[in-house]
Design a protein around this ligand. Structure first.
Ligand code: F6R
Length: 614
């Protein structure tokens, strides 16, 4: 939520900053702005709307070349998406410009304090409070870093701040609490940003910053301290992907590209995590086996698609380990006094590793002495940093706002965790684990087969593009797939779509079924799953009421054909692993419908990729 970048070095800062903003536009696109220092003055251009509007403004009124710049792309919280509310914000005395990601919860009191001192505000944002406070402290003679530390000590909530000073054209200061900030280490130049994608073109060397830390950056020097100026240990790392991963590579949408990257993403996520004889090898799970054997409950905590991945995991983990597994929406979890003890294992799933609701939930769980395992796609992000162990999904950067390969690899990583727990606790024999693992290792090829046969969905999208309501049905692990399929359609095509457990339909939702209503049904494997025939009956029930049925059934399942208006085939796989295959056509269908409706698939309205506010 909100993308921020700062640059110091010999390049034209304005251009580096705008290029970085474009790579982070998925984080928010309500407005964008840039500030540079030239001849001892701060100059700003900012514009409501997408970065294209900022570029048009820059073309009309160019910013001077300079060796320092900061930029921001906004997802509005306090104050509407206007030019005035766009960042950067400049202090009244003209000394500092500042950008912010997060929410300053105590901004109202601070604003009143500043107004009483005669400060006039030019925006409705919480951010301007930080800019004015910083300007005041620097104006009083405090060093920029000391001033930033002093300001941060007064702020409550979530914030990453980056500031520059009109009088110091080669120095940036940035700080973070509860929101992401990463430093890009160049040669004779340095970067700060919300996301490595912003500077990946220039360097793959990065430093992650801890909670309540700040960084003082010049072209030659990077100094990390806490808000009180005490030196802090910084953790450098190399980013494992490159610029091409952050570009569309010939696809019209990042989302479409990411759908097609799923075989590789799942392969990479499984790689190195099992031995030739199919035993699990999760070296990164630094929780003693004795502790894992003593666990009496697992709680999976996540939001959105990651929550649906957690629902899939519940079926697998309970089946394989016989440990009771609850799945919780993170924003609900912490406020309902959940029962957590030292023998609870909390598994948190987050693509970005920065989702505020999830972060707050794990902090709550930690306070209750639970051990935390994170499943995460973003190296060095806050959630893994605050967890006892992390299983990284190796999906590469996910830039389309709607999660695809993120979800897919989260499911794969959950399977690894479930099998590992079964191995440690002895709830499955070694050969049983090996059989599942071998099948799991085959799924990248099967996902590829699904991808090779997506063209019928293009026709289907053409046929259904005028419909305004869609239902998705599944049972067992097919149920979370139905929920995820519906979410894709809601978030990028803005259509009413709901996922239901197919058996629940007759308890109410079947009243929604009317002539021509499209109903997508995920059918469990024929012959090998007790629910197959029940789902076939559910299809007949909706068909009898006029539904247009789109049936996802495995190859060779002949029973379903008579009840399907459109039949999509899935390669044969065990029920528990079927979500990895079944979600793919649903993702693609949503992408096709949204494209036909003329929507921006990668940047759907009102959404942002990384939800760093509660
Ligand atoms: C849906 C989607 C969101 C995220 C959710 C959690 O397509 O992307 O629902 O899944 O906001 O995000 P992470 O996984 O980053 O915690």
């Amino acid at each position: 939520m909100c993308g921020i970048i700062g640059y110091v070095g010999p390049r034209v800062a304005r251009d580096v900053v705008v290029a970085g903003l474009k790579r982070m536009e998925y984080r928010g696109y309500d407005s964008a702005g840039v500030a540079v220092v030239s001849d001892g003055r701060i100059e700003v251009r900012k514009k409501a709307g997408k970065i294209a509007n900022l570029e048009a403004a820059l073309a009309q009124s160019p910013l001077p070349d300079s060796e320092i710049g900061i930029g921001h792309t906004r997802w509005a919280t306090h104050g509407g998406p206007t030019d005035a509310n766009a960042h950067p914000h400049v202090s009244q005395n003209g000394r500092v410009a500042l950008i912010h990601n997060g929410i300053i919860e105590n901004f109202a009191g601070l604003r009143a304090e500043l107004e009483a001192e005669g400060v006039g505000f030019r925006s409705d944002t919480d951010t301007e409070v930080a800019a004015q406070l910083l300007g005041r402290e620097v104006g009083r003679g405090l060093d920029l870093a000391e001033a930033m530390g002093a300001v941060c000590q007064r702020l409550e909530g979530a914030f990453t701040l980056v500031a520059l000073d009109a009088e110091q054209p080669h120095r940036l200061v940035a700080a973070r609490r509860n929101s992401p900030l990463v430093v890009g280490v160049g040669e004779g130049e340095n970067f700060v940003a919300s996301d490595v994608a912003a500077f990946i073109e220039f360097t793959r060397s990065a430093i992650e910053l801890g909670q309540d830390e700040m960084v003082d950056v010049t072209p030659e020097r990077i100094t990390v301290t806490d808000f009180w100026g005490r030196p802090a240990a910084s953790k450098p790392y190399e980013v494992t992907w490159d610029l091409s991963a952050a570009e569309k590579g010939g696809y019209d949408w990042f989302m479409r590209k990411e759908i097609f990257e799923q075989p590789t993403a799942v392969f990479e996520t499984l790689l190195g995590r099992y031995t030739a004889d199919g035993a699990l090898k999760l070296d990164e799970l630094h929780i003693p086996e004795a502790h894992l054997r003593g666990i009496d409950k697992i709680i999976i905590v996540a939001c959105g698609s990651a929550y649906y991945a957690g629902l899939v995991a519940k079926y697998a983990i309970e089946h394989w380990t016989r440990i009771a597994c609850e799945v919780e929406i993170a924003s609900e979890f912490r406020y309902r006094d959940p029962i957590i003890t030292g023998s609870t294992l909390v598994v948190t799933i987050s693509q970005s590793g920065e989702t505020a609701d999830t972060l707050m939930a794990i902090r709550h769980a930690r306070d209750q002495k639970a051990r935390i395992v994170a499943i995460c796609n973003t190296n060095g992000s806050t959630i893994p940093r605050e967890s006892d162990a992390v299983i990284y999904t190796h999906a590469g950067p996910e830039i389309g706002v709607a999660s695809t390969k993120g979800f897919e690899t989260q499911v794969a990583a959950c399977y690894l965790l479930g099998l590992y727990l079964a191995q440690v606790r002895g709830t499955m024999f070694g050969d049983e684990i090996a059989r599942v693992m071998q099948e799991l290792a085959e799924t990248p090829k099967l996902i590829q087969r699904v991808l090779d046969n997506l063209s019928p969905l293009e026709d289907l999208a053409g046929r259904l593009v005028g419909r305004d309501s869609f239902l998705f049905l599944g049972r067992h692990v097919g149920y979370p797939v139905a929920l995820e399929g519906a979410l894709k359609l809601k978030e990028i095509a803005y259509l009413h779509a709901e996922g239901f457990p197919a058996g629940e339909l007759k308890h109410g939702p079947i009243a929604l079924v009317d002539s021509g209503v499209p109903v997508f049904v995920i059918v469990p494997p024929q012959g090998r799953d007790q629910l197959h025939d029940k789902v076939v009956s559910n299809i007949q029930e909706v068909r009898a009421r006029g539904a247009f049925t789109v049936v996802l059934a495995e190859e060779g399942d002949d029973e379903v054909a008579p009840f399907a208006d459109v039949l999509l085939r899935l390669p044969q796989v065990s029920t528990i692993l079927q979500p990895l295959l079944a979600i793919v056509p649903l993702q693609y269908f949503a992408c096709e419908v949204a494209t036909r409706l003329g929507y921006d698939v990668d940047q759907p309205r009102n959404l942002a990729k990384s939800v760093t506010v509660e």
